[in-house]
Design a protein around this ligand. Structure first.
Ligand SMILES: Cc1cc2nc3c(=O)[nH]c(=O)nc-3n(C[C@H](O)[C@H](O)[C@H](O)COP(=O)(O)OP(=O)(O)OC[C@H]3O[C@@H](n4cnc5c(N)ncnc54)[C@H](O)[C@@H]3O)c2cc1C
Length: 498
């Protein structure tokens, strides 16, 4: 049996088993001649070093190992999974996801990996979009029931169809209507013929007839992508919509791994043959004539024939790369956007919704962002297991710069002011910030206006002996499946060179 992936083992080298002799022999007939029996040799620690043990890095490593390449994985934190991070039940009941929540039906690589490693895929666990009729709106300090929203004086939408929708929905309807891409053409967003749409969603939504206040409310606050409506490219949102429709049309329903999505990368890591170094942040990478040198923050040096950097660009921009990448790639590493996201999880002490007779979840235009009552107990699907203030945009950035106590106090005070029945009904149990996490830098990549045109085509190109993977380098898919796709592309690139 492979070793169980350890958690929290500072700086420890995790030695993995090697494939059983019989399996290796059988497999070797399938491998290209040059790779048969390949060993690192020449003072190398492995043929390939993969930096980052998220889905992208793990998928790269597993695919290369399948082809007989020796691989070492180097990871900054003490766990596998990166932006798949399931918080334990004893910390927040119902083990909500801090990172990726839902896999679409067309997440073929991810769902395959989960099933291959014996994990069960359960239903989606809604986090930021509660079931219909379970939402209350809190706009300019006023609590507004869903049924009162269409006729409410604070509803800024002029169009009747838009007035009927929750505040953040109309922009998505417009992205779907304006989307110029052929159906299921998931590569269209990178083609120059659509570059005219590489401008801000604010500009595009205004041209489509939304009032300034409606653009601000619908796309400027609580935006799932970007910081606000000025710094997000409409071209990216068209791709997001195409991708969502593509997923919805798939016969497989998708969902989430039972026990938490982090079980997927953990299972992948257990099937690595090579070594994995946890708690080993990389500080510098140098591509030389015959090798790549990886220098860890603690001074250790590793050598390989090739390296795959499978970390977000927001983390990579803290690392020295020698020689410096070409200008467009350097600009991408330094400037690609990462969506701000701060989460405060609460245990529920009293059913406040019974006390005030209103829906348990609340979409706000204020500091707490989307306040969600999560129902994460499969045995009791109507029970609220925990609540979550899911905060994006400028509010998330503001909180990211506060210490934990101050951030929790600020959000809780605002919640109690907006909805007095929450006072005494909630206990804060966990705070998580993606934005100023040095190994994430935000929830996921987003493209600012002009960035797709400026560097989407070149940012992931190999730089000497350095290759790039990660969801931000995916060409067709987004999120978890994008990360898996990018790992596949990086592995194929390497095979061409070894
Ligand atoms: C809040 C949130 C919600 C999301 N929701 C969804 C969703 O519902 N569906 C979906 O498909 N996707 C979703 N995603 C996106 C999804 O989680 C990511 O796209 C995917 O997990 C990224 O995988 P990756 O391997 O590219 O990067 P990561 O998972 O970030 O892996 C990169 C790894 O590199 C490591 N690293 C960083 N710096 C260094 C260093 N200096 N040295 C060594 N290692 C380093 C990191 O610690 C990390 O383990 C969500 C993400 C977040 C945060």
């Amino acid at each position: 049996m492979p070793h169980k992936a350890p958690q929290g083992t500072a700086g420890r080298l995790v030695r993995r088993r090697f494939i059983a002799a019989g399996a290796a022999l059988a497999g070797s007939w399938m491998l290209p001649r040059a790779l048969r029996g390949a060993q690192a040799g020449n003072g190398l620690d492995a043929e390939v070093i993969v930096v980052g043990a998220g889905l992208a890095g793990l998928n790269t490593a597993l695919l290369l190992e399948e082809m007989g390449v020796s691989v070492m994985v180097v990871e900054a934190t003490s766990r596998f999974g990166g932006r798949l991070h399931t918080v334990a039940d004893h910390i927040v009941p119902g083990h909500p996801e801090l990172g990726a929540n839902a896999a679409g039906g067309g997440y073929a690589r991810l769902l395959n990996a989960a099933r291959q490693y014996g994990l069960e895929i359960g239903p989606m666990r809604p986090r930021t979009e509660p079931r219909e009729g379970e939402m209350l709106f809190c706009i300019q300090g006023q609590l507004i029931r869903e049924e009162d929203w269409p006729g409410h004086a604070l509803n800024p939408y002029r169009q009747e169809w838009a007035r009927q929708m929750p505040p953040s929905r109309p922009p998505y309807r417009l992205y779907a209507q304006l989307n110029p891409f052929p159906e299921s053409d998931l590569g269209a967003w990178r083609r120059p013929e659509f570059a005219q749409w590489d401008r801000s969603v604010g500009e595009v939504l205004t041209e489509a007839g939304l009032a300034a206040a409606a653009v601000e409310l619908g796309a400027g606050l609580n935006s799932g992508y970007g910081t606000d409506h000025h710094d997000l490219s409409a071209l990216m949102m068209f791709h997001t919509i195409s991708f969502a429709i593509h997923q919805a049309n798939w016969p497989d329903a998708g969902g989430a791994a039972k026990g938490g999505n982090q079980r997927i990368p953990e299972a992948m890591a257990r099937h690595l043959n090579g070594d994995a170094l946890l708690s080993s942040p990389v500080a510098a990478v140098a591509s030389e004539s015959d090798r790549v040198r990886i220098i860890l923050e603690d001074g250790r040096r590793l050598n390989a024939a090739r390296a795959v950097i499978a970390m977000p660009f927001s983390a990579l921009r803290r690392i020295a790369i020698d020689p410096e990448p070409p200008a467009a790639q350097k600009a991408a590493i330094d400037q690609l956007g990462y969506t701000p996201c701060t989460q405060i999880h609460y245990a529920v002490k009293q059913p406040y919704w019974e006390r005030d007779g209103m829906a348990p979840s609340m979409w706000t235009d204020a500091l707490p962002g989307r306040f969600m009552a999560l129902k994460n107990d499969p045995g009791n699907p109507e029970a609220v297991t925990s609540c979550l203030a899911y905060i994006n945009g400028h509010a998330a950035l503001k909180l990211a710069h506060m210490d934990e106590e101050a951030a929790i106090a600020a959000v809780s005070a605002e919640l109690f002011r907006l909805r007095p029945s929450l006072k005494g009904a909630l206990a804060p149990v966990y705070l998580w910030k993606w934005s100023n996490n040095p190994y994430a830098g935000g929830a996921y990549a987003y493209w600012k206006p002009g960035q797709i045109t400026a560097f989407a085509a070149t940012m992931a190109q190999p730089h000497g002996r350095i290759h790039f993977a990660g969801e931000h380098t995916a060409q067709l898919n987004r999120g978890m499946e994008g990360a898996m796709e990018s790992g596949e592309r990086a592995a194929l690139e390497i095979l061409e060179h070894l």
